[in-house]
Write a protein that binds this ligand. Structure first.
Ligand code: BG6
Length: 522
C-alpha cells in the first residue's frame, strides 16, 4: 500500500474519549504497520491545559490500554510519541485560533512538513459550526496553491433530523468545499462491510441472483449485548433510530443493494449509494405503526449477569420513551429490488453481539421432496457476517444419506480467522488512512446524509406526536420484542435465529432441523 504524503493531523477534542479510545490507538496501529506518512505530526487540540509532554503521557496510557503494544513495539511507540503535540484552545475565542495558526506554522517549519492539514472534529457536535468558523476566519480552511490539502473530518451525528443536518451542511459549505469534507461512518471502515462490495462485484455466481427474481427477503441485523454504557445523556436524546439505523444500517443496506458503480472511485460509488437512498419507499407518518416496531429494554440477564433496565441507567429520564430497539420493514422501489422486503433491526442489551446481513433466496417453484413444507425451509440462505466471527455462510439443502429422500439444510462457511495472521485494519485505521490519502470513497457525502434523514424523519415525527404507536418492552438478554415478528409474517418470512458465532450457525441449523423432526415437521 502506498504511504500517504506528509501531513499534519489536528484533532479537536483531543483530551476526550474518542481520541484516547479510538483515534490515537488507530494511528499507533498504522505506525506499527509502517503505513503512516514519513512525517505525520499529530496536534491535539482541546480545552484542557496540557503540555506536549502531559498529552504524550496520556496518549501512551491510551495506547497501552487499547493497542496493547508488546516489547517489540517499544521503538515504534517512542517514534510515534515524538510526533504528538498539544495546543490548548477555547473554541469560541478568536485569539486561540491565532495561536493555533502560529503553532501550525512553527511545526511546519521545524519539521519541514508542507502545509497539508486534516482537522478531525472529535468534539460534541454543537461545537462544529464554531470550530469551522474559527478556522475559516484565520485562513485555515481554504485550499490554495500553497496549501492544497485541507480537509475536515466530521464525526456523527450529522444533525439530529433533516433540518438540522441541512443547517450543518450549509455552515460547513460556507467555509469548506464538499470535496474537503469527510463525514465518517465507522461501519464503512469495517473490513467485512467493504467486503460486501468485493463479494458482489468480484464473483460471477452471486450477482446474477442479486435481485427480486431470486431474493425472497433480506435481513440486516445489528444486535449489541452492551447497554448504553456511560452515554445516558446522549443516548436518551438520540435513541436507536438515530444512533444506529439512520447511519450505519442504511449504509450497509446501500452497499448491499446498490448497482455496480462504473468504477471504484468516490464519485461513482457514492452516486450509487445515494440512488439507493433515493429509492427507499417513504414510510409516511401514517404507516409507521405498521412498518416499524420500537422497543426499550427492561432489566434482565446478559451473559450471566443481571443488568438494569434502560430507565434505570444513569442519565436517562425516569419515564423515558426513547427506543433502544428498532425493527423496520423497508422497500427499495427500483428495478432490481421492487417488492423485496428488507427487514432491518438493531437493539441494545440483546442476547448477543451479532451484526450480519442475511439473504433468503426464493423457494424452489415445486417441492419435489415433501419435506419442504415448513415455512422458510428449503430457502437457500446466505449470511454475510460482519461481526463477530467474521465470515460468510451459505445454507443449502441436501439429501440425508440413506435409503430415503429426506432432505435437510446444511451450511458451508468461510471464516476470516482461517485466512491466517494478515493485518486487518480496524475501522478507524482504514478511514484515517483514507483521509490522509484524500480518498473519500468510504466517507458519506452530504446528499446521502440528507436522503437518510429524509427517510427517517417521518418515523421520528410519528413517534413524537402519536401516542397510539406502542413502545414495546423486552427483557435485557432477549432478541427484542416479539411484536417485531409481525413485520415478517405477511411475507412468509422469519427472523434468522442469530448465533453468536458464525460456526455455531451449523449447530443452530442442526438444532432447528432436529426441532423440526421432533415436531414431526416433515
Ligand atoms: C456507534 C453508536 O456509532 O456505534 C454506539 O453510537 C454503538 O451506540 C456503536 O454501540 C456500535 O459500533 P460497533 O462497531 O461496536 O458495532
Amino acid at each position: 500500500m502506498k504511504k500517504p504524503e506528509d501531513c499534519i493531523l489536528v484533532i479537536f477534542g483531543a483530551s476526550g474519549d474518542l481520541a484516547a479510545r479510538k483515534l490515537v490507538p488507530a494511528l499507533f496501529e498504522l505506525c506499527r504497520h509502517d503505513l503512516l506518512p514519513d512525517r505525520l505530526l499529530v496536534l491535539g487540540v482541546g480545552r484542557t491545559q496540557f503540555s506536549d509532554e502531559a498529552f504524550r503521557e496520556k496518549m501512551v496510557q491510551a495506547i497501552r490500554s487499547h493497542s496493547r503494544p508488546t516489547a517489540a513495539d517499544a521503538e515504534c511507540l517512542k517514534r510515534f510519541t515524538r510526533m504528538l503535540f498539544y495546543q490548548p484552545l477555547a473554541t469560541t475565542e478568536p485569539a486561540s485560533y491565532q495561536r493555533l495558526r502560529d503553532r501550525l506554522t512553527a511545526l511546519e517549519q521545524q519539521y519541514q512538513v508542507r502545509d497539508r492539514c486534516i482537522y478531525y472534529l472529535a468534539t460534541p457536535p454543537q461545537l462544529y459550526p464554531t470550530i469551522v468558523e474559527g478556522l475559516a476566519a484565520h485562513g485555515l480552511a481554504a485550499e490554495t496553491a500553497l496549501c492544497p490539502f485541507r480537509r475536515v473530518v466530521i464525526e456523527k451525528p450529522f444533525g439530529h433530523d433533516l433540518d438540522s443536518a441541512r443547517e450543518l451542511d450549509q455552515i460547513l459549505h460556507r467555509y469548506f468545499d464538499e470535496s474537503q469534507i469527510l463525514r465518517i461512518d465507522h461501519y464503512l471502515g469495517k473490513e467485512t462491510v467493504q467486503n460486501i462490495l468485493v463479494f458482489r462485484f468480484s464473483n460471477g455466481i452471486f450477482e446474477p441472483l442479486w435481485n427480486r427474481h431470486y431474493v425472497h427477503d433480506v435481513q440486516i441485523l445489528a444486535a449489541e449485548d452492551i447497554g448504553i454504557e456511560n452515554r445516558g445523556a446522549y443516548y436518551d436524546q438520540a435513541g436507536a433510530l438515530r444512533d444506529m439505523f439512520q447511519n450505519h444500517l442504511l449504509q450497509v443496506l446501500a452497499f448491499f443493494a446498490m448497482e455496480p458503480p462504473a468504477s471504484f472511485d468516490a464519485t461513482s460509488v457514492r452516486n450509487e449509494t445515494v440512488k439507493v437512498f433515493d429509492s427507499l419507499r417513504p414510510i409516511t407518518r401514517e404507516m409507521v405503526g405498521q412498518e416499524v416496531v420500537r422497543g426499550q429494554y427492561t432489566s434482565g440477564v446478559v451473559a450471566g449477569e443481571e443488568v438494569v433496565g434502560y430507565r434505570d441507567e444513569p442519565g436517562v429520564g425516569a419515564g423515558s420513551t426513547t427506543e433502544t430497539y428498532v425493527a423496520a420493514r423497508v422497500f427499495i422501489d427500483n428495478w432490481r429490488w421492487g417488492g423485496v422486503p428488507f427487514f432491518v433491526r438493531t437493539g441494545k442489551r440483546m442476547a448477543a453481539r451479532v451484526t450480519e446481513v442475511v439473504v433468503n433466496f426464493r423457494d424452489t417453484p415445486h417441492h419435489l421432496f415433501g419435506q419442504f413444507c415448513k415455512l422458510g425451509a428449503g430457502r437457500n440462505q446466505l449470511v454475510l457476517r460482519i461481526q463477530p466471527d467474521e465470515g460468510i455462510a451459505l445454507r443449502f439443502a441436501m439429501k440425508v444419506p440413506g435409503t430415503s429422500f429426506d432432505v435437510r439444510d446444511v451450511a458451508m462457511d468461510f471464516r476470516y480467522a482461517d485466512l491466517g495472521a494478515g493485518y486487518i485494519p480496524g475501522p478507524y485505521e482504514r478511514l484515517l488512512l483514507d483521509a490522509m490519502q484524500g480518498d473519500a470513497t468510504l466517507y458519506i457525502r452530504s446528499d446521502a446524509v440528507e436522503a437518510c434523514w429524509e427517510f427517517v424523519d417521518p418515523i421520528l415525527q410519528a413517534w413524537a406526536t402519536d401516542p397510539t404507536i406502542p413502545l414495546y418492552y423486552y427483557p435485557a438478554g432477549s432478541w427484542g420484542p416479539a411484536e417485531a415478528d409481525s413485520l415478517l409474517v405477511r411475507y412468509g418470512a422469519e427472523w434468522r435465529n442469530p448465533c453468536p458465532a458464525l460456526t455455531d450457525m451449523a449447530e443452530c441449523e442442526r438444532a432447528g432441523a432436529e426441532d423440526e423432526e421432533t415436531a414431526g415437521g416433515s
